[in-house]
Ligand binder design. Structure first.
Ligand code: ADP
Length: 243
């Protein structure tokens, strides 16, 4: 049997605010297999971002366990978490988070710099990734010279720079029109299928969630329901959006 890449056990996170406390997560048990695409959905305040940040090693649990590969993140040192994030994870954000003064390929190369990839190799690998995402002609452009969809594709290339096993995406289509969002989702779907990546994605948009293999519905800090998507959107269409 395949071992899950992610496993949470009674995972809990409480935020203490002076005398009052907010229980953002109240015991989440979740397993995600390698190569799976899982969407986290739920109303605002249901704990989606907290769960993503716990799995990203950005927030520590106040109860339970969160395992990624062989590492229990709650018991890991800060140093181990830095290495974990650098070598295992790619992050994609709603607002792209590209550095405005750097070109597309330089943005893609930032994580390589942090991982100590020799300077001479960075540009080649960055351009290769941009090429793979259909931006081969845009390597020397700055973010302000690119459309929103192109900027998000640069950010996706950057998330792949260090060959991560797991991509964490927080509302990656939130700043895009629906057509461009559909293209980005079809692209992510294809990357999961072709590269064997695991993708965990937070969204409030059920149309976006339908690209996933499974949809985890959160409510008030617990898993309310897990839905298996019979035929994920974009699965049979390659990089083409359905609309
Ligand atoms: P979602 O992503 O589903 O909107 P969040 O995980 O952001 O939900 O938030 C869950 C709950 O935890 C909310 O009530 C929110 O106000 C609270 N919360 C999240 N982050 C913090 C924080 N850093 N400090 C205090 N409360 C927080």
């Amino acid at each position: 049997m395949t071992e899950p890449l992610i496993r949470t056990l009674a995972l809990a996170r409480r935020y203490q605010m002076g005398k009052s406390a907010v229980d953002a997560l109240r015991g989440v048990d979740l397993a995600v297999l390698p190569g799976e695409f899982v969407a986290l959905v739920g109303p605002s305040g249901s704990g989606k971002s907290t769960l993503l940040h716990l799995i990203g090693g950005l927030v520590r649990p106040t109860g339970g366990e969160v395992w990624v590969g062989g590492l229990e993140l709650g018991r890991s040192t800060d140093k181990q978490l830095v290495v974990y994030r650098r070598d295992t994870l790619g992050f994609i954000f709603q607002s792209f988070n590209l550095l405005p003064i750097k070109t597309a390929w330089e943005n893609v190369a930032v994580p390589m710099m942090l991982a100590g990839v020799p300077t001479a190799q960075r540009k080649g690998r960055a351009m290769e990734l941009l090429e793979q995402l259909g931006l081969g002609q845009r390597g020397d452009h700055r973010p302000s010279e690119l459309s929103g969809g192109e900027q998000q594709r640069v950010a996706i290339a950057r998330s792949l720079a260090n060959r991560p096993r797991l991509i964490l995406a927080d509302e990656p289509t939130g700043n895009l029109d629906s057509r461009t969002g559909g293209e980005i989702m079809a692209l992510l779907r294809r990357l999961v299928r072709d590269e064997g990546l695991t993708l965990l994605l937070v969204t409030h948009d059920m149309g976006v969630a339908r690209y996933a293999d499974r949809i985890v519905h959160l409510r008030d800090g617990v898993v309310q329901q897990i839905e298996v998507v019979a035929e994920p959107r974009g699965e049979t269409l390659g990089a083409l959006p359905r609309t």
